[in-house]
Design a protein around this ligand. Sequence first.
Ligand code: AMP
Ligand code: MG
Length: 592
Amino acid sequence: MNYSLPIPILGFAAYSGTGKTTLLEALLPKLTQAGLRIGMLKHAHHNFDVDKEGKDSYRLRKAGASQMLISSRNRFALMTETPESESEFDYLLSRFDTDKLDVILVEGCKNIAFPKIELHRDEVGKPWLYPNDDNIIAIAADSDVTDTSLPTMSINDLDAIAQFVIDYVKPKAIESRSKAASSCCDILSPAFLSVAQGQEKILSLVDTVSGVDSCSIESGYGRVLAENIVSPVNVPQYTNSAMDGYAIRGDDLGREQYQVVAEVLAGHAYNQPLEKGQAVKIMTGAPTPLHGDTVVMREQATQTGDLVTFNGASVKQGQNVRQAGEDLAIGSDVFAQGQRLSSAEMGMIASLGFGACPVYRKLKVAVFSTGDEVQAPGSEQKANSIYDSNRFTIIGMLEKLGCEILDFGILEDNEALMIKALEDASTQADIVITSGGVSVGDADYIKLALDKLGQIDFWRINMRPGRPLAFGQINNKPFFGLPGNPVAVMVSFINFVEPALRKMQGEQNWQPLKVNAIATDNLRSRQGRTEFSRGVYELDATGQLTVRTTGKQGSGILRSMSEANCLIEISPAVDTVKSGESVTIIPLQGRI
Ligand code: AMP
Ligand code: MG
């Protein structure tokens, strides 16, 4: 093999009858679960065909297409006629898109030189390959092999074979990826990450703050509970009527008429046991009398003097009565630690009689803008400058999350001052956020300063907008260096900063709401990156959730965020979403 493949290659060599395909079929799920993206090359019999007779692609090939590429939403296949001779192995390898793979596994091709695992079953009755083939690097067999220094495994131990493949592939894949990254122009060799990888890394590196406040219920909106809330009372406190009507005994149904012995309003009670033949006129919420376990609605009753009849209405024992503790029994769990409080939670905690509750202390967040061209609003515009908007979108989103904001203004373009300001901020705040100056090739001072502060990685996230992102620690406090473009700032904040802040605030396993809607525009994206378009969703006349874009999607056009009520998330696997197709949306209500 002469072609220099940028990813590892590993073959499975065996005589036919050994069960190569069956083994690989069982092995692949274990490898993909370990995160390997797999390409397969299989040598087949000369008259194989993936096409089906009669299909359009088959007909077009037979009509003379020497290459036939057929494509759909889920896959494409390129069929190339090779009537003279089978293609060279190297040429076939060069057909793979190795950017999207971690390894190429080869089934067959016994006679070509590349690393292989020999598969062997005694019952097949064929000779061993390894004594005469230097390309065999390991053996998986159903009998013991003793005359070799090669690693050996049982052919029936799929976990061992999978582990061997993973151990073989992973170091090589990392090596070839870092080679690819370092061959790029960037001196800081930033890592490429998917959105999910970035989120995972960040979440694994931030922790909930320590420190608990007691917070009065009325000022609890948006705070996060630091302890479980257990009900100290029964809700409702006493058994009561769910209706305006008449309480009677459940063992005394079917009488022609009952004697009304009292009238009970909410906040009052009839304190004697109810006798057979008696009824108590009762209002919604008033306690039912002893034995008066059944209530008939007033609408079904006719009272004349102190006698009431129910006009033949069918009555079931226990109807229209709310039992004490029916909503919440004493001692039962109401809210778990990590619950963020909003109106309903405030009401519920109050309904249990608490005047205050334990919450995590407020998170202090330091915010900076950077860039020589960036000017504070509220002053006359200077030549060659733009007004700072990022600090204000960030402050707005921090407000939404109930953070205490330390506004550090615009950082002067001076390395020493920047280092000092960032260090100062990190001693005062729990987390530091800047925007601007982190894109690759950017000569901004902030990047040099951050580099000196250490422990900060410059990432390139496979997303748009918001590809550059710096993340790390300053004085053990998390630091986010967001991009400069105003839309990119918001999209990065929503995807990376907000989940981190929520975890630091004590909220557990928060997940953003995502739903599907039908696109009413064609949405363009690019394979390999996540595209976050700004969208407007609504219910159409038939009740279907639909979404359209806000129009121009430039990452400097902040108006697109203002007009949007959602982000449209197009996954890296998808190229374009056509009008009429389903797409994921992330509603933004309550978040920006
Ligand atoms: P940068 O990543 O620093 O190259 O910034 C990218 C773009 O965002 C440039 O056009 C900047 O002028 C712009 N930008 C940077 N910071 C801000 C800010 N605070 N407010 C508005 N625009 C900004
Ligand atoms: Mg800049």
